[in-house]
Design a protein around this ligand. Structure first.
Ligand SMILES: Cc1cc2nc3c(=O)[nH]c(=O)nc-3n(C[C@H](O)[C@H](O)[C@H](O)COP(=O)(O)O)c2cc1C
Length: 326
């Protein structure tokens, strides 16, 4: 049993979190994560309306009586996203934990505070973490350069970024995100001052993730070199799996004068999700994955994964404690 400010606050059995994931973060997986003793987030923007999100939350509540939350990824979008409806759906459903990402959730904070909802904001730099805490978020999930998705533009690995954030925000519970995959990661993160770890890629390679088997097997096969950074020249960097499409995009973007229009077709997200996550065509488009692929060797159930992580974490902790007494 490892207790932290986060396990105590949320009443979860382990300091393990599954962050929001477009195309992956559905209620079934979130419930499996919750039932395994960890904390998962339904990804709101996959649902067309507050009502649809509410139905997914209700479905998840049927599958688990343990805590879970919703991820609000606050990014500019060509089609307007009904964030206010999502916020009301979360509050009306009685959920008490929200993960936000993208811009700071300033406009949503008063309603969340009023409803006693804890907001964990995902950031990629110390300065953005400090600013978000000043604006009123309750916890920070700090994403290192290793992470799947958007690592920001500073390229600081988690082994420095995490303790730097902890030092800058001693009173704020901090979640270590990016590159976390096993019990060793958990103990290392706790040693660096974190109150929990957040994992994305690792949870994609589980039995309950509703994505094509080919993707899960590819994550197992891939190593730390099998990711590509796209969007660098647009200052909107994303770490994605290495494949024919991501290599082509990166190649085009080596020319700093290119714009989004030059890669728009290759980057088409919805089509890629259908081809890759749905049909298992691994070169069917861009798909998100992190360097933690190097540490992923199996496709367990969420229950097996969480149990294994905790078993390994406790063994590593005891080994370190034992070697200290010699
Ligand atoms: C397939 C996939 C989709 C993701 N989509 C989102 C998203 O929509 N919003 C978000 O805040 N983070 C998203 N993430 C990032 C994760 O929540 C998490 O921060 C990240 O995966 C941590 O790094 P790791 O993959 O090394 O564990 C995604 C990650 C993956 C693997």
């Amino acid at each position: 049993m490892i207790k932290t400010r986060i396990t105590e606050k949320f009443g979860i059995e382990t300091p393990i979190i599954m962050g929001g994931m477009t195309g992956v973060g559905y209620g079934e997986l979130v419930a499996a994560v919750a039932n395994a003793g960890a904390l998962g987030f339904i990804t709101a923007h996959m649902f067309p309306s507050g009502e649809a999100l509410k139905e997914e939350i209700a479905k998840t509540q049927e599958l688990t009586d343990k805590p879970f939350g919703v991820n609000l990824t606050l990014l500019p979008s060509i089609n307007p996203i009904p964030y206010d409806e999502y916020r009301e759906a979360i509050i009306e459903s009685g959920l008490k934990i929200v993960e936000t990402a993208g811009r700071a959730p300033t406009d949503h904070l008063p309603a969340f505070k009023e409803a006693d909802v804890t907001v964990i904001h995902k950031c990629t730099s110390v300065r953005h973490s400090q600013s978000a805490v000043r604006k009123g978020v309750d916890m920070i999930s700090i994403d290192g350069f290793e992470c799947a998705g958007h690592p920001g533009e500073d390229d600081v690995g988690l082994v420095v970024l995490l303790p730097a954030t902890v030092d800058a925000l001693p009173d704020t519970p901090i979640v270590a995100s990016g590159g976390m995959a096993d019990g060793r990661s958990l103990i290392a993160a706790l040693a660096l001052g974190a109150d929990a770890i957040n994992m994305g890629t690792r949870f994609c390679a589980t039995q309950e993730a509703q994505i094509h088997e080919n993707v899960k097997k590819k994550i197992v096969e891939n190593d730390e070199l099998d990711t590509v950074l796209v969007g660098r020249n647009l200052r909107n960097t994303a770490r994605v799996a290495r494949n024919a499409v991501s290599e082509q995009v990166a190649e085009i973007q080596r020319d700093p004068t290119t714009t989004f229009e030059d890669v728009r077709d290759l980057m088409a997200g919805a089509r890629a999700r259908e081809a890759v996550l749905g049909q298992g065509e691994l070169d069917g488009g861009i798909w998100t994955s992190g360097q933690s692929q190097a540490l992923i060797h199996d496709i367990p159930t969420c229950e097996e994964l969480v149990t294994d992580i905790m078993r390994q974490a406790e063994a590593v902790r005891d080994q370190i404690a034992g070697s200290g007494s010699n």
